[in-house]
Ligand binder design. Structure first.
Ligand SMILES: Cc1cc2nc3c(=O)[nH]c(=O)nc-3n(C[C@H](O)[C@H](O)[C@H](O)COP(=O)(O)OP(=O)(O)OC[C@H]3O[C@@H](n4cnc5c(N)ncnc54)[C@H](O)[C@@H]3O)c2cc1C
Length: 304
């Protein structure tokens, strides 16, 4: 198994081999692409076959049903980073691991990316979901993306057209694939950036499960958006903790003991266990505080 992206043992693997939750049934066909050329060729071939497909990156934000997906799955992820600096910009393949981008930027004294340290998944997945942490997100640094549509056509789109919001971009509503990104490369103090990255990695080790060891997809629910500009976003984990969610357990699914908004999967856990637990967690918050939590993790497949 690669340390960044799971490598499946068969041609039509189970989603359990492709996601950090290590849950999910089989897919019909699996195509693994590491470069834009490989991805373009695969997409054009699928278009010629009139075949739809589901795209994944690192599989770190997905809960896939136990039945899997009766569809082709295309993965765009590469353990070898493809990153370069040109003038005042970083150009990176969307298949590159987000943490490789964070490390590269810190090593090269480029500010803004340390917040992405330790977030699993690819740059493409991060742009699609506007990933980030500590109040900063990747959309803030983006200049433009190169996109591939499902028929294999490419175009450049400016960041302003992607409708970035908290853990959201318009890419979540289209089938466009991010091939590569141009990001702002502002100079920063290399020592301070290294210290920030070390600090963030230490916080993650202290508060989050290590997904290489403990199956999870990170925060299950989004934090709560402020109702006015005077307020800050509030942590879903705080509301879950206050509502007593940590006492819940469904089959092999339970909230992580150090973070109530992270669901972890013990051996034998099913996607149904996780979904049912998440419903019970949301019901506790609704009962105590009177509002509905919004899912951050994407549900894929039929949960019947
Ligand atoms: C332990 C842990 C900690 C986490 N911490 C954070 C955190 O601090 N902040 C945060 O924001 N998230 C966090 N996450 C969630 C997750 O890592 C991010 O959402 C990540 O950006 C998802 O990227 P991915 O490549 O794994 O996407 P996937 O899970 O593979 O896919 C997610 C969605 O993105 C789409 N997608 C993937 N690649 C592309 C592409 N190239 N072009 C277009 N769409 C694409 C997929 O179709 C899918 O709809 C955490 C997860 C774990 C397991």
């Amino acid at each position: 198994m690669s340390s960044k992206f799971q490598v499946p043992g068969s041609k039509s693997p189970r989603f359990a081999d492709l996601t950090t939750f290590r849950i999910g049934g089989p897919c019909r066909e699996f195509i693994d692409c590491k470069t834009a050329d490989e991805l373009g060729a695969a997409v054009r071939e699928l278009a010629a076959r009139n075949e739809n497909f589901f795209l994944i990156g690192g599989g770190s934000n997905l809960l896939v049903s136990d039945r899997g997906l009766d569809s082709v799955v295309v993965r765009f992820a590469n353990s070898e980073p493809e990153i370069r600096i040109e003038n005042d910009e970083i150009i990176v393949s969307a298949a590159t691991a987000l943490d490789d981008l964070a490390r590269f930027s810190v090593e090269n004294g480029i500010a803004g990316f340390a917040c992405c340290s330790g977030i699993p998944g690819t740059v493409g997945g991060a742009i699609a979901g506007n990933a980030g942490a500590f109040g900063e997100q990747i959309g803030d640094l983006l200049i433009s993306v190169s996109l591939l549509d499902h028929r294999g056509g490419e175009r450049i789109v400016a960041a302003g057209e992607l409708g970035f919001a908290y853990r959201h971009s318009r890419l979540q509503e289209t089938s466009d694939i991010v091939l590569s990104a141009r990001l702002r490369a502002a100079r920063g103090d290399a020592g301070a950036l290294r210290a920030r990255r070390d600090e963030i990695m230490a916080i993650r080790v202290a508060k989050h499960p290590d997904w290489h060891v403990t199956p999870t997809a990170g925060s299950f629910f989004k934090n709560i958006e402020p109702t006015s500009k005077a307020e800050r976003r509030q942590a879903a984990g705080w509301f879950l903790e206050q509502a007593g969610a940590k006492n819940l357990r469904v089959g092999g699914a339970r909230p992580f003991d150090k973070h109530a908004n992270i669901i972890v999967a013990d051996p034998g856990c099913t996607a149904r266990d996780v979904l049912e637990l998440s419903k019970q967690m949301a019901a506790l918050v609704r009962g105590k505080f009177g509002f509905d939590l919004q899912r951050e993790v994407r549900l894929v497949g039929d949960f019947g």
